[in-house]
Design a protein around this ligand. Structure first.
Ligand SMILES: Cc1cc2nc3c(=O)[nH]c(=O)nc-3n(C[C@H](O)[C@H](O)[C@H](O)COP(=O)(O)OP(=O)(O)OC[C@H]3O[C@@H](n4cnc5c(N)ncnc54)[C@H](O)[C@@H]3O)c2cc1C
Length: 245
């Protein structure tokens, strides 16, 4: 979700809030309390450390529950395979939400994207199509918007492009102000947005990303402090303000 610059700002904020962070290690064993082994008392980490605790929260990802269609004609990968109408490989069977591998417009491929607004959008598309109104899902992408100990963060799409040659990366980093902005471009179209501590223009940036707007003429402005609607070409502003892409 974040690269090392973004993570460092968050890590500092979380540590300042009194939280200990252990990286590069995972939980090996959960132990009961000495006086009552029905209650959690500590965890052993793979680095040999033992940490006392009263609660263990496991947050290691999402596995879709596909058992309903296992062994049927409905094709599966990690999730249920669907087309852009959310139709499965069986014509009258539709799938949407966490269980479906739907279109990611950033990666240009279908994949699992377990997010609530995407599940809602996909569910609507499935419903329309089941009712005979042919509708296509426009796609979604990874989106997170959180506040860590007072530090707001928005991360959308590709945060850390693996193939550096295929992407252009624009960065504004001010460690003193805990400010970090990173825009990842592919062929002058936004493929990734990371905003730490200055998230006000996330909506405008996401509009440009979702509508595959070519930002070549104004790309240097995307990470500037003053970036906003006023910096966009007039014709684009008109379209954005009238609400039609
Ligand atoms: C801890 C947590 C935090 C999250 N936070 C966020 C967040 O901040 N923002 C965000 O966008 N998303 C968040 N999500 C993800 C979001 O909750 C899901 O993307 C969304 O709920 C998906 O909706 P869904 O209808 O596809 O699946 P679900 O909400 O999981 O609903 C599926 C339902 O189907 C039922 N079911 C499964 N198998 C069967 C079966 N065989 N027969 C009958 N019923 C069955 C299940 O019991 C469940 O009720 C979070 C998820 C978790 C777990």
């Amino acid at each position: 979700m974040l690269d090392s610059n973004g993570s460092e700002i968050i890590e500092n904020a979380v540590r300042k809030g009194g939280v200990s962070i252990v990286t590069g290690s995972s939980v090996q064993r959960i132990m009961g309390k000495v006086e009552n082994d029905q209650s959690v008392g500590s965890v052993f980490l793979t680095n040999g450390q033992q940490v006392s605790c009263d609660v263990v929260i496991v947050a290691i990802g999402v596995i879709p529950r596909t058992e309903l269609v296992e062994g049927t004609e409905v094709k599966l990968n990690r999730g249920i395979l669907v087309n852009n109408c959310m139709q499965t490989s069986v014509p009258d069977v539709y799938a949407s939400g966490d269980v479906a591998e739907a279109w990611d417009f950033t990666l240009s491929q279908n994949r699992l994207l377990p997010l609530w607004p995407l599940a809602v959008a996909q569910g609507k598309v499935a419903g329309y199509n089941m009712a005979g109104n042919k509708t296509e899902y426009a796609g979604g992408t990874n989106m997170s918007s959180l506040k860590y100990f007072g530090v707001p963060v928005v991360s959308i799409g590709i945060a850390n492009p693996k193939d550096q040659n295929a992407f252009e990366v624009l960065v504004k980093h001010d460690p003193e102000k805990n400010l970090y902005k990173k825009i990842v471009l592919k062929d002058n179209v936004i493929a990734g947005i990371t905003l730490v501590n200055e998230i006000e223009r996330a909506g405008t940036l996401f509009y440009l990303m979702k509508n595959h707007v070519n930002v070549k003429r104004f790309k240097q402005e995307l990470v500037s402090e003053d970036f906003g609607l006023a910096m966009l070409p007039a014709n684009l502003r008109r379209i954005m303000c009238s609400g039609c892409a």
